[in-house]
Design a protein around this ligand. Structure first.
Ligand SMILES: [Zn+2]
Length: 338
């Protein structure tokens, strides 16, 4: 048991409890909170996590809408709402983490340091007490993107859970300290990236998926026709490097990407297309990391007259057009076309 203080838990919230808007709801919650929604069958429980990132609202919007509509789930739902302080830091839903805070979805591993580590540890303890059948962690991408699932294990159940929401599953062996990694062997866990954070279609997809997940007696009615892709390469910017967005190289900047670089999320890029432009330091500013932590940037990129290109046709995913996220988290993921 940790010595950190417990996470508040709301039992069976009513439509009145949650308030008319999702902002009212978050203000009422005030801090990371569990919601317990009793099912028609009270002997079973599923779990949902939302808002681990304060700028990814589709999951908490789905949960708020579900409660407002007064629906009852088939089995108990244990729902977690994470980065409420970050979400409420003005403007609403624009901050991934609280000011001066750490990325909560990188803190689900020991030593569970700092306030975010304490929240992660206590959250895991509560999940273990509830012993859910499965866990869905709802996120948004920061750029425009089709929806997809992410899992660390590739078994039938991960594909089925993904198929409740969308039709692509990415299986990754990267280890970052996410919630999914902490529970993958305890119960089936899938992260759902519902699509772009400000895209109403992503909110709708999250709500429809949440509804199917909550109402299903079991998941045998969801035949899986999910396309599975394996082991994307995570491309980060070196710590001291600079990034800017523009349609031509920005002088003095280490990497310039087009402001609409997210337009080809999941699209196939050829070696002839220009991804962006590197400065004087060339490829040295990029860190293309595989699961062994090796830097593959010189193998997967080429540079011609400062133009950054791919060495092989590849798909790009999770391309961000937010310089802050590009610097603090990652630029994009690459899936070599096979
Ligand atoms: Zn996220």
């Amino acid at each position: 048991m940790s010595l950190a203080r417990p996470i508040p838990r709301w039992e069976a919230p009513t439509p009145q409890d949650v308030g008319p808007t999702v902002e009212d709801f978050l203000v009422k919650l005030g801090e990371p909170t569990f919601l317990w929604l009793p099912g028609l069958d009270v002997t079973r429980t599923r779990a949902v996590s939302t808002l681990l990132h304060g700028n990814e609202p589709s999951g908490v919007r789905a949960l708020h809408r579900w409660i407002k509509e007064g629906q009852q789930p088939q089995v108990n739902l244990l729902c977690f709402i994470g980065s409420i302080e970050a979400a409420l830091t003005p403007p609403l839903f624009s901050h991934r983490c609280a000011p001066e805070g750490k990325d909560l979805n990188r803190c689900f591993r020991s030593p569970f340091d700092g306030p975010e580590g304490a929240i992660a540890q206590v959250m895991l303890e509560e999940l273990h007490r509830a012993q859910p059948e499965c866990l869905i962690d709802l996120h948004n991408t920061s750029g425009q993107s089709p929806a997809y699932g992410v899992s660390t294990l590739n078994r039938e159940i991960q594909e089925t859970l993904t198929g409740i929401f969308c039709d692509h599953l990415i299986v990754t062996d990267l280890r970052l300290g996410t919630l999914m990694e902490a529970t993958e062997y305890d119960w089936p866990t899938v992260t759902i990236e519902a699509g772009g954070a400000n895209d109403p279609q992503a909110d709708e997809l999250a709500f429809r998926g949440f509804t199917r997940y909550a109402l299903a007696k079991d998941f045998s009615d969801f035949p899986s026709s999910v396309t599975v892709v394996h082991h994307p390469i995570r491309v980060e910017l070196q710590k001291d490097a600079t990034v800017a967005y523009g349609y031509a190289p920005v002088p003095g900047v280490d990497l310039t990407l087009p402001p609409d670089a997210d337009r080809l999320n999941f699209g196939l890029w050829s070696q002839q297309e220009t991804l962006g432009w590197v400065g004087k330091r060339g490829l040295e500013v990029l860190w293309a990391k595989n699961a062994m932590g090796q830097n593959l940037s010189s193998a997967i990129f080429s540079v011609q007259n400062g133009e950054l290109r791919l060495a092989f046709p590849s798909r790009l995913m999770m391309v961000t057009t937010n310089a802050e996220i590009a610097k603090s988290d990652c630029l994009f993921y690459i899936l070599p076309d096979s």
